[in-house]
Ligand binder design. Sequence first.
Ligand SMILES: Nc1ncnc2c1ncn2[C@@H]1O[C@H](COP(=O)(O)OP(=O)(O)O)[C@@H](O)[C@H]1O
Ligand SMILES: [Mg+2]
Length: 277
Amino acid sequence: MIDVLLATATEHKDGEPGHEALDEAFASRGLTSRWAVWDDPFVDWSEARLVCVRSTWDYDRRLPDFLGWAQGVGPTLLHGVEAFRWNTDKSYLTELASLSSVPTVPSVIADNPVDLRAAISRFGTSVVKPRVGAGGRGIVIVYDAESWLPVDTGPWIVQPLLESVQREGEVSVFVIGGHPVSQVNKKASRDDIRVHPEYGGTSEAVELTHEAALLAVDAVAATTEILGAEIVYARVDMLRSDGKLLVSEVEITEPGLYLDLVPENAEKFVEAVTARL
Ligand SMILES: Nc1ncnc2c1ncn2[C@@H]1O[C@H](COP(=O)(O)OP(=O)(O)O)[C@@H](O)[C@H]1O
Ligand SMILES: [Mg+2]
């Protein structure tokens, strides 16, 4: 038996960036932990008392396989397959907006090109994203619905382009064990709206701000209520519009912990996770 298996992807087979902090935090509590690639057929997930999804950042290309895997792991999987089914489709943002009072980035689901054009016409300059997407893949800015042809077949989610992403960037708060524990601010480069490093974005650890921490905790509480399940760890990403922060993502499936910038997240994560052992 092993205490905790941490699910990752082939590209990060030794663990997410900065994983050493997490490995040490488990070891210092006398717990055994190991990273395992989620789609490696030779891993015996039943060997672990607890399975945590961490850096499975290739699931977006084959979501059914990923959810099938999660289902197969069963009750030792933290958060569980139903939470993942909900959270890996960005349409959850429309549900969060309609079922709670948490301010979210206006989002419209478009399952066909007609709805897609209607949503873009409504918002003006828009961000079009695949409903199932990660790492910024497949995201485009559309300035004019009439003169643009989508390259993929959808389904999509459409949002107004929030220009603050170029100045202030995106704010991420880690909510672990129900508490806001740290914050990372991410900026896009001049040439892209995406804050991910692959697109020239940069990130820095900052002190928690009151506004971001409050909104992040509210977003996780609302998500907990919608799902009817406890959320042990999450990262809430926020963007500013008209001076106010709005929730852009509530990441409860595979929130990167930015351990290279915030190694303290490791201790908080291990503390929250081991309370469920
Ligand atoms: N409505 C928006 N306005 C401005 N920038 C956005 C908007 N939506 C997303 N972005 C930018 O694109 C990035 C990727 O979008 P996101 O919804 O986080 O998808 P992913 O799940 O692929 O990370 C965000 O981190 C942000 O930098
Ligand atoms: Mg994101």
